[in-house]
Every structure is written in C-alpha cells, then in structure tokens.
Design a protein around this ligand. Structure first.
Ligand SMILES: Nc1nc2c(c(=O)[nH]1)N[C@H]1C(S)=C(S)[C@@H](COP(=O)(O)O)O[C@H]1N2
Ligand SMILES: [Mo]
Length: 498
C-alpha cells in the first residue's frame, strides 16, 4: 500500500456514502430476487436450448406436467407464486416485471454511483486485490473457516483475504454477469444484437445462467450473513451501520435491525398494494419504467437473426385459445377463401384485402426466435407480407400513432383480443403479417389465416387470427385503456421490447 492510500484508509472507517450504498443495494437486490421469482413462476422450467420442448428442461419448479395427449397453451403452465417469497405474488407476471424493471433502474444507478465513488476516493483499494498473493491467503483463510476457526484479527484489513475476494467477485463479476444475462432476455436486444445472445449460448442458456447467478448470489448472502453474525455481530453492525467497529454497538444493532425490518415490511406492504389495486401499481411503476422500456422497444432496429432451417423447433409452442365464433368457423370451413383483412381508422385509404391480394403486395421470409413474455422460446420460419407494404397502401394520416390489431379470438374476458403497436415498430423490417410457418399455411393454433410478427417484441403483441387493423392516435380510449388485452387483463406493459 502506498502512503497516499494508507492515509486514506488510515482509520479504516466506512464513509457514509459507502454504508448508504450497501443498504440501498440490500433493498433493491431483495426486490430483484422477489420479482425474479415471480417472473420465473410464470414458466417455471429452465432449458439449455431455445426450443423449450416439453420434457427437455434441466430444472422445473412445479409439479404440473405438460399434457402430451391433448392441445395445451403455455399460459396453463403459470403457477401461483407465494406472496411472502415473490413480488407481488399470485399469478402476477405483469406486475412482477414492473417491479423487476423498476428495481433494476435504481439498483444499477446505485451501483454506478458506488463504483464511481469507490474509484474516486481510493476506497477501491480494500476491495480490488492488487497482489496475486491474495489467492493463497484466501485459501488459507478458507481452510481456517473450514476447521471452524476464525482468522486472527491481524488478517482483517478490514477484510480478510477470502472476504475481500468474495466481495470483489460479487461487485465486479456477479453483478455484471446478472446484468448481461438479464439483458439477453430482451427480444429487442436479441433482434438487434443476435451475436450477443448467441455468445451466451442462446436465450434459454442465458436465462438458465441468469438463474444460476441468482443461486450464486443467494449462496453468497447466506455465508455473508452467517459470518457477520459469527465473527462478532455487534462490532460488525457498528462498522456496517455507523462506519467503525469502535462505534456504539447497541445503537448500531438497533438501527441495522430496524432498516431490515422496515425493508421486509416494505416488501409486504407494496406486494399487498399490488394485489389489492394492481391497476394503480401498474400505472405508478409504469411512470418510471415505461419511458425506458419504450426507448429499448422502439430504438433497436432488428437485423437478421442468423438462424437456418437446421435451427427450427420441432413443436413450436402455442399460447392463446383459438376463435370460437361462427364467423371464424365458416371462414375456416371454406379454407379462408372468403377472408378479408380490413384496414381502417386514421388512414387515407381504407383497405379490404383477400389473402391472394395480400400475398401479391410483397413478401418476406424470416427465421426467428419467438420470445413469449413467460420466458419460453421457439424458432420458426415465417413467410408474410411486410407491414411497410400495408402502410404504403393505406397511408396512415399524420395523427396515427398506433395500429390496433383486432382478432377473431376472445380474450379471457370474452371480448375480442387486441393489441396496439407503435407506428415506429410497424416500419421495422421485422414486422410483417405472416400467412405461413415452416413452409406450410399457418396452422390454426398459430393464427390462421394471418398473424402479426414483430421480431423486436414479446410474443403477446403478435396478434393471431387477425380480423382488422385500425389506426388510432391513442390507445387509452380503447377498452381497459392500457394498450391491449394483456395490458388490460394481466397488467403487462404496453411496451414489449424487454
Ligand atoms: N388472438 C390472440 N393472439 C395471441 C395470443 C392470444 O391469446 N390471442 N397470445 C399471444 C401470446 S402471449 C403469444 S406468446 C403468441 C404465441 O404464438 P404461437 O401460439 O404461435 O406460439 O401469440 C400471441 N397472440
Ligand atoms: Mo406469450
């Protein structure tokens, strides 16, 4: 240690900003773990490859089995998450995601401020090893702990070598690892940087790694908390809360335990509030996350994802119940010869298009990974009409900001399924109306005769069994006002790039 750094850390006290960052980190890591469990519970199976085929999961957290003798939809696989463990609990994937993204913003902000101050003040010197001798020293400490002994006081500077390595690892390796594997869960990121997701072994591999990162963090947490207690709870709390082991231990323990209790109560109260008035929580958290999500969702132009026919999923998973109406049954009975896609609303030229006319308007063929909000993926080869061809033919007026895709099918409230898509997303090359999957006409479960594909978006936006497309200024006057059936009923965010 040079003289300057020695002076800096002379009293080995922890400055206030460092203690504050530690507690803020505690609060948001807890929220991230809780909401992460909520997200996992909507499809509690982990895979190594992007096909998510039933029976191929390496881990599953449900006794539910996937039926093999009858059609099933992926929504059936969602399980109830206990509210004491998950944020907010029940089957609230939508709000779990809101909590997760809300927490990420503050957790990352806190982490960035922490690292900047760490580097600026010289505090990094006790975290980042500067000599390889720390490795044998840490091993030595490990053996000491293993034989149920504590290292001598002289081994702490203020951390013992093993502790220092563990902390540095959590801050500079595990934290970034969780951010990177988490980012790979976004369809917008995957469509914009397919190489990045491939580097992580694909979306499901990254999802599995994200989960293993969580386990690593929980393991660290258990050891960390145990050692705080074992190696001298009072003096450790004095250092953590008041900045020095010599500070008032009783006061430190009271303050520390109060912060922990308040945090736990805070989790309970905010979870409860989410369950009692989910719409209000969706709106409140949406104020923070929606603008950020929108940027990711609309500013990431897709490139080709680089899949080939060798990559196709054998049994492309299905979500959503098909239409039950007579009008749809009639269309199906005559093989959709009478089908007309209606394009209306804020357009200069309303359209009514048969499948033959549509196919003549242009075509695109894309092999892509479909990403359901629940977490599963499948890879398919789609054929369809680029949405830009429709835009060129109907000319949305200057006021048009969204297209509403109306379906022949009903949502869980028995009303027509619908979703809104931003105009900027409609103009992307990855947005098209698909009429074929894997070289065959679109099967009914996948949306026959026409379904939306928007390759930077989550699956729920890609309306199947399309009846009409309506251009509007605002989605708020429509139905629940949140921008789609899933936003209205399941509290998903209108922006679906993550
Ligand atoms: N009409 C309608 N479209 C829908 C749904 C639905 O329930 N009804 N589910 C959505 C969801 S959540 C997903 S993941 C995809 C699934 O598409 P797939 O069944 O072709 O895999 O369709 C989307 N489109
Ligand atoms: Mo989905």
């Amino acid at each position: 240690m040079n003289v300057a750094s020695h002076l800096f850390l002379a009293d080995l006290g922890f400055p206030l900003w460092l203690r504050a960052a530690h507690w803020i980190n505690f609060i948001f890591m807890g929220l991230l773990i809780r909401s992460g469990i909520q997200i996992l519970s909507s499809y509690p199976r982990l895979y190594w490859n992007d096909h998510s085929q039933p029976g191929t999961e390496w881990a599953r957290f449900t006794k539910k089995s996937i039926p093999t003798d009858k059609p099933w939809i992926t929504l059936d696989q969602e399980v109830v998450a206990p509210s004491w463990l998950a944020q907010p609990g029940e089957k609230h994937l939508g709000l779990g995601r809101h909590w997760h993204f809300f927490s990420i913003l503050f957790w990352v902000l806190n982490g960035v401020v922490y690292v900047i101050l760490l580097l600026a003040t010289g505090e990094w010197r006790r975290l980042i090893p500067t000599s390889w001798s720390i490795v044998p020293d840490a091993l030595h400490t490990f053996v000491t702990y293993l034989t149920f002994h504590l290292p001598p006081a002289s081994a702490f500077h203020p951390y013992d070598p093993l502790q220092q390595l563990a902390y540095a690892g959590v801050v500079f390796l595990l934290g970034p690892f969780l951010i990177v594997t988490g980012a790979a869960q976004s369809p917008a990121v995957g469509a914009r940087w397919p190489g990045f997701v491939r580097l992580l072994g694909g979306k499901q591999f990254a999802r599995s790694l994200h989960f293993l990162g969580l386990l690593a963090f929980i393991a660290f947490l258990i050891v960390h908390l145990s050692l705080v207690v074992i190696t001298g709870f009072g003096k450790n709390m004095a250092a953590i809360v008041l900045g020095s082991q010599d500070a008032n231990q009783g006061l430190a323990v009271v303050i520390g335990l109060s912060i922990i209790a308040a945090t736990v109560i805070g989790y309970g109260v905010t979870s409860r509030a989410s369950l009692v008035n989910p719409r209000r929580m969706q709106r409140a958290l949406g104020v923070v996350i929606h603008p950020v999500m929108r940027v990711v969702a609309t500013k990431m132009q897709p490139t080709t994802q680089g899949f080939t026919k060798q990559d196709l999923t054998a049994q492309f998973l299905v979500n959503g119940e098909p239409p039950t109406s007579n009008s749809y049954a009639q269309l199906l009975a005559e093989n959709f010869r009478g089908y007309q896609l209606e394009v209306n609303g804020l357009v200069e030229q309303p359209l009514s298009l048969s499948l033959v006319t549509l196919a003549a308007m242009g075509s695109t063929e894309q092999i892509t990974r479909h990403e359901c909000i629940q977490g599963w993926t499948s890879i398919g080869a789609w054929q369809g009409v680029p949405m830009t061809a429709i835009l060129a033919a109907c000319h949305p007026t200057a006021e048009a900001r969204y297209a509403i895709f109306w379906s022949y099918s009903d949502d869980t409230e028995g009303l027509p399924f619908y979703e809104s898509i931003d105009l900027s997303i409609l103009k992307e090359p990855g947005t098209y109306l698909a009429y074929a999957l894997n070289d065959a006409p679109l099967p009914v479960p996948h949306g026959a005769p026409l379904r939306l594909r928007a390759e930077t978006q989550l699956g729920f936006k890609m309306v199947k069994w399309i009846k009409s497309i309506e251009f509007v200024t605002d989605y708020r006057p429509i139905r629940g006002g949140q921008g789609g059936s899933r936003e209205d009923e399941k509290f998903y965010d209108q922006s679906a790039g993550i």
